[in-house]
Design a binder for this molecule. Sequence first.
Ligand SMILES: *Cc1c(COP(=O)(O)O)cnc(C)c1O
Length: 390
Amino acid sequence: MFTIRDELRTVLRDVAPERPIETPQSTRISVAGHELLNFCANDYLGLANHPRVLAAAKSALDTHGFDMASVRFVCGTQPLHIELERAISGLLRTEAALLQGSCFDANGGIFQALLDNRDAVISDALNHASIIDGIRLCQAARFRYRTRDIDDLEAQLRQAAGYRRRLVVTDGVFSMDGSRAPLAAICDLAERHDAMVMVDDSHGVGVLGVTGAGTAEAAGVQDRVDIVTGTLGKALGGASGGFVAGRSEIVELLRRHSRPYVFSNAVPPVVAAGSLAAIELVKTGAADRHRLRENTESFRRSMIEAGFELLPGDHPIVPVMFGDSALADRMSAALSAHGVHAVAFAHPVVARGAARIRVQLSAAHTDAEIAYCVDAFVRARNDVAAGGNA
Ligand SMILES: *Cc1c(COP(=O)(O)O)cnc(C)c1O
């Protein structure tokens, strides 16, 4: 007898259902038959369905097949996988890179492979769930510092002084705020305390830095970061896949000891080929980071002029703050009624009282679409103030 059914139903009562998208991922999507402008995908560079990405993926289906039916080290590695790993380390200018099923897997496998009970990990309090879970899987002593707080990081590093290895880990860009880790100061401190630095740059790679190498490049500390993890699922085409890049000895250790790498199937060739094409577009400058920056600036400017409260920053993640979670939900529903898809986030994903709609810009948004979105925010605010849901 499934006796916990009622209990689970109570837990599930407030969970909003997923809203299936009936079109390919794009700035214009269809949900339940309604066309919506999409302002919450991670497709920062508009590469998710770029013609070159599609062509590469289609052709790989014919030349390399649908899947590998194997983990990498048994019989799941094609030259394509190695080429993609080279392209990733080329983009990030690291010694080596290892492809993983996702960035969640990359973070899930790294700590237990590298650290044991003689070691310490010092982690930003706002780090991504996959880092938190990855740390839970290892035996290292855990230290947590207040988000982006260099003084607290130093205090934690002092406490961790007696351990064999010390690893400082931070998101490059924090996904709910769009804020960046102070990587230059973190690298300075880590050097002084003989600690390694790991950056999960899922929201930074392809977006930040002169060549798109990410947050470390933008901070001028690329050669001082020991490990970068990241995803293929955001700026780099949006597919399912992730990676670890960095010092070659660490990468090769993970090739043997990262459990999600060793015990889970290879990334399908179609995904590898499409992601490779997306990375080429980033490398050659064909993916328009300049346009993404302009779109972000113009959206931020217009929203501030319209009187909305934004968290400051320059990342295409733009949090529009409402505080109260019911208000943020009503705004999101009203936006939807006005043709804009943008999702509200509340506790426990963000702090209590800091509910927000997280808007994400893409290089693929047109000026008209951005203007429409700002206008929809204004109309939604009027509707909500008038007491309706539009
Ligand atoms: C999106 C994200 C991930 C997860 O990436 P997947 O490849 O989808 O598993 C991990 N870390 C951070 C910081 C992210 O933003």
